[in-house]
Design a protein around this ligand. Sequence first.
Ligand code: NAI
Length: 464
Amino acid sequence: MKNKIIIIGGGPGGYVAAIRAAQLGAEVHLVEGDKIGGTCLNVGCIPTKALLHTAELYQRVLKGPTIGLDVEGVRVNWPVLLKHKEKVVTRLVQGVQGLLKANKVTVHKGYASLKDKHTVKIEGSTTKTISADKIIISTGSVPVHLRFPGSQLPGVIDSTAGLSLAEIPSSLIIIGGGVIGTEFAALYSSLGTKVTVVEMLPEILPPVDGQLIQVIKKELIDQGVTFLTETKMTEVKEEKAELAVKVVKDQKEQELRGQYVLVAVGRKPNTAKLDLEKVGINTNKGAIVVDENFATNVPGIYAIGDCNALTMLAHAASAQGVAAVEHSLGHKAHYNNKLIPYCIYTNPEIAGVGLTEEQAREQGIAYEVGVFPLAGNGKSVIEGCEKGLVKIIADKKYKEILGVHIIGPRATDLIGEATVAMTLEATAEEIIAAVHPHPTISEAMMEAAHAVTGNAIHWPPGAK
Ligand code: NAI
């Protein structure tokens, strides 16, 4: 008899889990209330990166005359850009729908809640119930909506609305200097918007390696972004068709003016309407509590992706989906929660995997650091993007790689090599032994490994 599995939520966690379950021979039912692809495909990773791609090209073209590219009258056509973004989204969503169909996954349109330990109620155009042995919850997350005086004003928006503004704003105040805040700051400042980021902590991008933060901050400041750290926003008012934003630093008040206020202060698990308590599933501040196999305390029910709040990243959700399905169907699953890369799509890009230098220090680990500035990398110089670096943190004794952090062109692609190397427990010497092709940005990875063990080849000894 076929195993039957119900998956609640069709984002990168749920749809990947559905395909994997089908590959393993299960009868799969996927329940989605909104659009297949979830936040990532529809209002997250994909549309943001589509906009950021054009914004980056625009900045490059503006510098065209210095590299022999005369361009006249270049400007951003915002309505066309928005249509292009929608086209990219539609194409990818249709692709996923096609994959689900090809894998014979039954998609139920409607919102699911738990009726009992094996039964899901689906409320769509009609209400129905389906039952299965295994249930995988992958309902993602929703933005945290702060309540403050003025939070309901029409110009106070979240990241979803920030992807479809009627025009490129003249000014934008972003509350929260995390990943979303920084990516939006990069996007709109590239397009000519005057951007101010208000962050309550002493630094933006809290978990990122400090050395990389300084590079991106300088780049964004040069592009016109103002960062107000250790600053709290207290109130927003509408004044003369503008928003007046009151912020406080060291008990001193300041007023900022902007066309829009984008609030990006984190996301929270989307679990409120699942009736988890009906079946006794344990939660912690809304996040579903799971074990190392993503199993909840109720046998047969799993929770993957943002709804368990372990690592709120699309690729983590997909990997957890595969692992949970494999475990639930009796296979051996692999998931290393210490090696989940992160990617930030600013210009230059930022990416990392494993320990940051700060974390290695805090954990009392004896480590070495190898840093290679991209100014010594031919391909980065050709591309006019030499302001970045590759940083490797390695264990002092064996030089096993503990963390890699990159800021520079295509950092988000390069981090794949680092992740594979760390999954194989590679040492710096092993990275060096793998000949890297020339001229490529990937050579910087090999050079950073050289820097761990002695000196980089293309950087003067002792130079910073
Ligand atoms: P976040 O947790 O990354 O950052 C939120 C920031 O807001 C923090 O720095 C926090 O200190 C600050 N903050 C909180 N309350 C504040 C207040 N009242 N005033 C000023 N600052 C305040 O959350 P974010 O940026 O909203 O992203 C949400 C999730 O989406 C994250 O888990 C992130 O990893 C994920 N994401 C990942 C992306 C990627 O991988 N490229 C892109 C976009 C989102």
